[in-house]
Every structure is written in structure tokens, then in C-alpha cells.
Design a protein around this ligand. Structure first.
Ligand SMILES: NC(=O)c1ccc[n+]([C@@H]2O[C@H](COP(=O)([O-])OP(=O)(O)OC[C@H]3O[C@@H](n4cnc5c(N)ncnc54)[C@H](OP(=O)(O)O)[C@@H]3O)[C@@H](O)[C@H]2O)c1
Length: 137
């Protein structure tokens, strides 16, 4: 297990605690309004299913696993209120974090995020998605 400076920095800034506090502030207002969409941008590196040491970014992996737990808890708290709460892995994407060798553009990486953020009522909640399909936690 070894540190990767860029991913460790991203994990520290992009912590599940920050997302959790944001949800605590905003989701009650969404529930009151009877409408809301929360899309937590996670990563398949946070999947507990098949979690390995191969990627060598433990802080990042832990932060995304924790974020996915936040998604499950907030989705449960908001059940029946038309507030859909999901996690997404955008896939390896050409950004500052993903670097120039990633196979897809930022626009392509945003597709599933936008799909869930604009989903009509009655859609999925408490799920983890990639390429508009459910993936394992
Ligand atoms: N790129 C990939 O291949 C990939 C794959 C899987 C998951 N993801 C996830 O997708 C999300 C977006 O990643 P990215 O590739 O776009 O990363 P990025 O290139 O590092 O960009 C992250 C953006 O978030 C902003 N940001 C980070 N922490 C912030 C904070 N505390 N307050 C305000 N703004 C903050 C940064 O602002 P500054 O410009 O000011 O730093 C930057 O604009 C992340 O959650 C990442 O873990 C990315």
C-alpha cells in the first residue's frame, strides 16, 4: 500500500465529510419541497466489491467508499420524498485529476451525472451507477 500524492490530495479536498455536511444542509430543504436530485461523484476505486491494493491510492479509495456510504444513508433518509440520491463513477476522464491519457472527454464523463441530476420523478435512488447502469458497491 503506497501513497499517490495527487490522489491523496484529491481525497483530502473531496472528502465524504464535506459531501455529508452538504447533504445535511440541503436534503431537508429538498424533502420539504418534494423534489431533489443528489449525485455524488464517486469512483469505482471505492467499490468494496473486489477492493484491492493494486491501484495504490488507499486514501482516495477510502474516501470514495465512505462517500458511497453517505449516498446510502441519505437516500434512505429521503425515501418517499421524491429526492433521488445516487453515486456515480464517471469513468477515467481527461481532467486535471485523470490526466491527458484518459480515454474519454469531460463531456463524456458527465453523461451519467447529468442523466441522474435531471432524471424524471420515480427514478432510481440509493444506487451506484456507471455508464447509466447500476454497478456493485
Ligand atoms: N477524472 C477521472 O478519471 C475520475 C475518475 C473517477 C472519479 N472521478 C471523480 O470525479 C470528480 C471530479 O474529478 P475531476 O477529474 O474533474 O478532478 P479535478 O480535475 O481535480 O477537478 C476537481 C474540481 O473540483 C474542484 N474542487 C475540489 N475540491 C473542492 C472544494 N473543496 N471546494 C471547491 N471546489 C473543489 C477543483 O477546484 P480547483 O480548480 O479550485 O482545484 C476542480 O475544479 C472527483 O470527485 C473525482 O474523484 C474522476
Amino acid at each position: 500500500m503506497g501513497p499517490h500524492p495527487a490522489a491523496a490530495h484529491a481525497a483530502a479536498r473531496d472528502s465524504a465529510c464535506v459531501k455529508s455536511r452538504l447533504c445535511q444542509a440541503l436534503v431537508p430543504l429538498m424533502m420539504k419541497a418534494g423534489y431533489g436530485r443528489v449525485v455524488n461523484v464517486s469512483s469505482s476505486l471505492g467499490q468494496l466489491n473486489g477492493m484491492t491494493d493494486e491501484e495504490r491510492v488507499p486514501a482516495y479509495q477510502l474516501s470514495k467508499a465512505a462517500l458511497n456510504a453517505v449516498t446510502l444513508m441519505v437516500a434512505d433518509a429521503a425515501l418517499g420524498k421524491n429526492v433521488m440520491v445516487n453515486s456515480v463513477c464517471p469513468g477515467w476522464t481527461r481532467t486535471d485529476l485523470g490526466g491527458p491519457d484518459a480515454p474519454q472527454s469531460a463531456e463524456e464523463g458527465a453523461v451519467t451525472i447529468v442523466w441522474l441530476a435531471t432524471h424524471p420523478n420515480g427514478g432510481p435512488t440509493g444506487g451506484f451507477f456507471r455508464d447509466k447502469k447500476r454497478i456493485k458497491w
